[in-house]
Design a protein around this ligand. Structure first.
Ligand SMILES: [Ca+2]
Ligand SMILES: [Ca+2]
Ligand SMILES: [Ca+2]
Ligand SMILES: [Ca+2]
Length: 308
């Protein structure tokens, strides 16, 4: 056991690559290789994937190559692409009794996803979001009947093409709740109407999102949801690349194009799509540093500063 209490000594590599980092003081390094460091006046979090110890190597003073870590969240450990299929299941005989239903995807990879449908049908102005009916149309994929189908105020919602996920009358989106963090990379539609522009959001807030019931679409952005992209003229039975920035999340909202989220503006008419598949990769999140570890590091630093 070494002086850090680890069962095995920390590996000290030769001085790292040409892209030498700024000299930095290592404050704490635990057995897993996780640590925090002081760079100037800024505390940085280190994770094992990005830690390369250099020489000048006593365990009390080290310099090392540091890759910046964005916040406490870790980075992806990439795996093979996973596909989720939404082409199976049957529809409720009386849709007005089945609003708020959910569907699980067939993935076969161990990462379950649960889908539900939402639309701005509540209130006198049809601004607030409430749950809808998530339909399935075989290989075409998922559609949505919003609650204004039953009362007839979204005229046409009961027939084609508004039996799809559409933005004619109301905006409709499907919420995908994955069992683990995933980085979605592609989506597939199995059917489209006259136009097929789409919006993709991901939850980037802390913890799990609050229920969207009662919110309006515009307030999602200030509540922890982020625009992943607006995609025009999505083609059927073709994997549409999305999420160019590589965002990972457990929660995704995908639907017919909604201009309230900004981004590209498409004006060629209402959009109607049925979503048949998603593709992505699983993401492993490094465990955030504990508060005690951070505090112990600060105490060590303060002690050393007094001695020097
Ligand atoms: Ca309504
Ligand atoms: Ca619809
Ligand atoms: Ca509609
Ligand atoms: Ca359009």
């Amino acid at each position: 056991m070494n002086r850090n209490g680890c069962q095995r000594p920390l590996h000290l590599a030769e001085p790292p690559l040409a892209r030498e980092s700024q000299a930095t003081e290592l404050i704490v390094l635990n057995c897993a290789g996780t640590g925090i460091a002081l760079i100037g006046h800024r505390i940085r979090v280190l994770i094992p994937l990005t830690l390369f110890l250099a020489k000048d190597a006593t365990m009390t003073r080290l310099s090392f190559l540091l890759l910046t870590v964005a916040g406490l969240a870790g980075t992806a450990a990439q795996a093979d692409p996973i596909e989720w299929d939404f082409s199976s299941g049957s529809n409720c005989a009386n849709i007005s009794t089945c609003y708020g239903n959910t569907r699980d995807a067939e993935s076969g990879d161990g990462i379950d996803v649960n889908a539900s449908s939402w639309s701005n049908t509540a209130g006198a102005g049809n601004v607030q979001i409430e749950n809808a009916y998530l339909s399935v149309w075989g290989s075409s994929g998922l559609g949505t009947y919003n609650r204004d189908y039953s009362n007839g105020t979204d005229a046409g919602e009961g027939g084609s093409p508004e039996h799809a996920i559409d933005n004619n009358g109301r905006y409709e989106m499907v919420l995908f709740n994955f069992a683990e963090m995933v980085e979605l990379t592609d989506l597939e539609i199995g059917w489209k109407g006259a136009d097929s522009d789409m919006t993709v959001l991901a939850w980037t807030g802390v913890g799990a999102p609050a229920a969207v019931t009662g919110m309006d679409w515009g307030t999602l952005m200030g509540a922890g949801w982020s625009l992943i992209g607006q995609y025009s003229n999505v083609q059927t039975n073709t994997w549409q690349n999305i999420n160019e920035a590589g965002q990972a999340s457990r929660y995704w909202l995908i639907g017919a194009y909604n201009p309230v989220f900004g981004g590209d503006v498409f004006s060629t008419g209402n959009d109607y799509i049925k979503l048949s598949g998603l593709r992505g990769i699983a993401v492993t999140v490094d465990t955030p540093l504990s508060l005690p570890l951070l505090l112990s590091g600060l105490l060590v630093l303060a002690h050393r500063r007094r001695r020097s």
